[in-house]
Write a protein that binds this ligand. Structure first.
Ligand SMILES: Nc1ncnc2c1ncn2[C@@H]1O[C@H](COP(=O)(O)OP(=O)(O)OP(=O)(O)O)[C@@H](O)[C@H]1O
Ligand SMILES: [Mg+2]
Length: 298
């Protein structure tokens, strides 16, 4: 299926210098990275279909439907508490580790229901890796941080090669190749985060979930992570949660905007709009989205 190309008119900036700047930035980045608008020909790899998440009786997220396309970057944005992390965690069954959490609806990966009977959550996490907000390397050497997961998974190939290629793909190899035996804690925060990305890649996932992966990093390290995401999307599908709207605009192909409804003191998150990033930031369908991105809310 092909989509009409995004026209200049569609991308027409909203009033306000910032919006105009942002629109220009999105256009330039989009052109640089993809040569145009996201390609609808990419298959849907993960499909969230009417997903509700509960923590005990608490209805945290209501009816989220998002098709995630292969080799694209999908961003989740929205105010604190709207359920971005909750939805992200449900995609690789990390919510299983929270006793009170319950997922309803369907989440399919390559058409397979991830919550179907007989699906092993550990196996799911091998295909759908996760990188957290705060870099969390193991208290081990740089080498062992990478080798640990594959070893447990019974990897029989050449471990040195796997460690090198994972670090290469995470754009960290040149900085650490002479100190693989040193502790991961001796690395800077930005390097530790790239190590965590290398660790996630080492088990050969095809989807990477990233929950605010750059929020603990300085601007330079943040840009390195963003550059790395561009590289990684040649091979991987990425879903990123971010509070930084400029970041969502810079890196992602499509964006899901979540909001939160307060009803009798209960806060339930819901998806307001999911569309092409360039459209969401310049010509959103919903007033609520517009209010959020122009800073009148959240
Ligand atoms: N382990 C948990 N147990 C109970 N409630 C939880 C748990 N984790 C999150 N919640 C609740 O679910 C709702 C959504 O939280 P979530 O962390 O997914 O939001 P978020 O959009 O990621 O917020 P932030 O931007 O602050 O990270 C919140 O009301 C939160 O209090
Ligand atoms: Mg969160």
């Amino acid at each position: 299926m092909t989509e009409e190309p995004t026209t200049d008119e569609q991308l027409a900036p909203r009033p306000g210098a910032e919006q105009a700047e942002l629109a220009a930035e999105i256009r330039a980045e989009r052109k640089r990275v993809t040569g145009g608008t996201p390609d609808d020909a990419h298959d849907v790899i993960i499909e969230l279909d009417n997903v509700d998440v509960y923590y005990g009786d608490f209805h945290a997220v209501d009816s989220v439907t998002i098709p995630v396309r292969e080799k694209e970057i999908t961003a989740f944005i929205g105010p604190s508490g709207c359920g971005k992390s909750t939805v992200l965690r449900s995609i690789n069954r990390m919510n299983d580790l929270i006793e009170s959490a319950r997922v309803e609806g369907r989440i399919a990966y390559h058409g397979v229901d991830l919550y179907g009977s007989g699906v092993d959550p550990v196996e799911v996490r091998r295909h759908i890796g996760m990188v957290f907000q705060k870099p969390n390397p193991f208290p081990k050497s740089i080498y062992d941080n990478i080798a640990f997961g594959p070893k447990i998974a019974g990897f029989k190939g050449d471990m040195d090669d796997l460690v090198e290629s994972s670090l290469q793909r995470a754009a960290l190899w040149d900085e650490v190749k002479d100190k693989l035996d040193e502790s991961a804690f001796a690395l800077s925060g930005g390097q530790q985060q790239r190590l965590c990305i290398a660790r996630a890649i080492a088990t050969s996932p095809d989807v990477l979930l990233m929950d605010e992966p750059a929020s603990a990093l300085d601007p330079i390290a943040t840009l390195r992570i963003e550059d790395l995401m561009y590289e990684l999307k040649q091979e991987y599908t990425i879903i990123i949660v971010t509070h930084n709207m400029q970041q969502a605009a810079r890196v992602s192909d499509r964006t899901a905007f979540f909001s939160v409804d307060v009803n009798e003191g209960k806060r339930t998150g819901r998806l307001v709009e999911f569309t092409e990033t360039a459209k969401l930031f310049t010509d959103p369908a919903e007033q609520e989205t517009e209010d959020y991105i122009t800073g009148r809310f959240g």
